[in-house]
Structures are given as C-alpha cells and as structure tokens.
Design a protein around this ligand. Structure first.
Ligand code: KIV
Length: 263
C-alpha cells in the first residue's frame, strides 16, 4: 500500500525526483488520484470550478475545512494541503487562530499561504507553532481584484529579484515547499536553484522541483476558460456530456433500466 510522504520526504525529494501535486475537493476524486499523486492540494480554486464563482476570494474557512475532510477521507495515504482562503491570514494572530482550526477540524497535513516577504513573519508564527506551511508566490489568485487581473510575474530583472527575495523569506520562515505560479520559466529556475525546499510550479515551466495542476482543468472538465499552462489529459467534459446524453436517451426509450439493473 502507498505510504504517505512525510515533510522530510517531501524536502528530500528535491534534487532526487520530481513531485506531482494535484488539486482535489472531494473524496471520489481524491481516491482516484491517490495512486499517482505525491501531494493533494485542497485549493481555494474549488470556489471557481466547484462553486462556479468568478474567482477564489469568496471561499470560506468552513468550506475549506469541509472539503479538506472529504479529500482526507478519500486519500488517507496521501499528504494533503489545505489552502488558507482569502481574509483568513491578515495578521500572524489571525493566521494562527485559523490554521489551528484547520488542524483541529480536519486531518490536513499542512496549510498553504499566498504571499512573499510580506507574509514571512506570519508564516514563521505558524511554523513556530507546529503548523506545516507551503508557500505560494508569483501570480497570486487571491490578489486578482487588488491587482486588476491575473498578471504573469518575473518579466524583468527587478521582478525576478523580488521573487527570489520572496522565496528566500518564505523558506527562512520555515515553509517546507513553495508553489510558484505564473512566472517566466527562467525565473522559476533561478528560484529553484536559490532555494533548498522544493519549488512546485504551475505555469512556471519545467525547471522546477514538481508540478501542480487543478484537476478539473487537467481532466478537461472545466470549460469556461483554459489557461495557457494547462494540458488537458482527457476531454472530460465531452465524456461526461456523452454519458449523460446516452442515459437520457435510454431513460426515454426505456432501455434503462434493463433486467440486470432491476431487483
Ligand atoms: O487553489 C489552487 O488550486 C491553487 C493552485 C492554483 C496552486 O492554489
């Protein structure tokens, strides 16, 4: 049976093998991902693909805890990270109170916090208090309204230096891994080389220590838009639509339920 990775094993993977992270929001998919995923992220992206909202900002801590429990129920042998939603870590005190809730009300192995240098003190407060933290730098979806859009980062040397400083600050604060989103690949590579903990990329090219994708994107289930960095490993939307359409036809022509589906 698969053994859940420890924080030590995740850190040790750097320079040994690449890590595969995928999001999940419920037990059904978490169970399906368990064989292949090193880490499952209960991302606040669930607010968009699961909740149908335009961005992640209205996800609540109660929702994150509910979905984290569902994922942990489905993937008991996988390291699970719960995203701290927007507004739940505005100060070290608030972050600690809310991250303690995640640990007390779910079996999550770690939490994820968006932000760089500005969040380092807060990350240190969590790690000093026994909470494992995955950082998240680069394009920050929780800042979409404040910044007026999803802006690719690392387009010039100044921004590259800023991102390296962000990663260094989060690492020094005790994060065991850092997600880096929406940055130029050469910048992601520079950060990977500068930092000792694994750098998990999304829209950050191949020169990182692992990749993360939102499951509904990579399974082709989310049709509203497809970011450039997403590879659709199947056309989930067509498969589901086809299946439900066949079901409808069979209900209407009474070929379902057949004898074998009847008590
Ligand atoms: O919420 C999420 O799914 C994430 C990934 C984009 C890394 O944070």
């Amino acid at each position: 049976m698969k053994k859940k990775l420890s924080i030590h094993a995740i850190k040790k993977a750097k320079n040994e093998r690449l890590l595969t992270m995928i999001t999940a929001y419920d037990a059904i998919f978490a169970t399906l991902f368990e064989d292949s995923a090193d880490i499952i992220l209960v991302g606040d992206s669930l607010n968009m693909s699961f909740g149908g909202k335009p961005d992640t900002l209205s996800a609540t801590l109660d929702q994150m805890i509910y979905h984290t429990n569902a994922v942990c129920n489905g993937a008991k042998n996988t390291f699970v990270i719960c995203d701290m939603p927007f507004g739940t870590y505005n100060s070290p005190r608030a972050a600690l109170k809310n991250a303690v809730r995640v640990y007390q009300e779910s079996p999550a192995d770690a939490v994820k916090i968006e932000g760089g240098k500005d969040k380092a003190e807060l990350v240190k407060t969590l790690t000093d208090n026994g909470i494992a933290v995955c950082g998240h730098i680069g394009l920050l979806p929780q800042s979409v309204r404040g910044e007026g859009g999803y802006i690719v980062r690392g387009k010039d040397v100044t921004d590259m230096e800023r991102l390296i400083e962000d990663a260094e600050a989060i690492e020094a604060a005790g994060a065991f891994a850092i997600v880096i989103e929406g940055v130029k690949p050469e910048v992601a590579k520079a950060i990977k080389l500068a930092i000792k903990v694994p750098i998990i990329g999304i829209g950050a090219g191949a020169d990182v220590d692992g990749q993360v994708l939102v499951f509904s994107d990579m399974l082709g289930l989310f049709e509203a838009f497809t970011p450039k960095f997403v590879k659709k490993y199947m056309d989930g939307a067509s498969i589901v639509k086809e299946a439900v359409s066949t079901y409808k036809k069979e209900v209407e022509n009474k070929s379902f339920p057949a004898n074998e589906h009847t008590y």
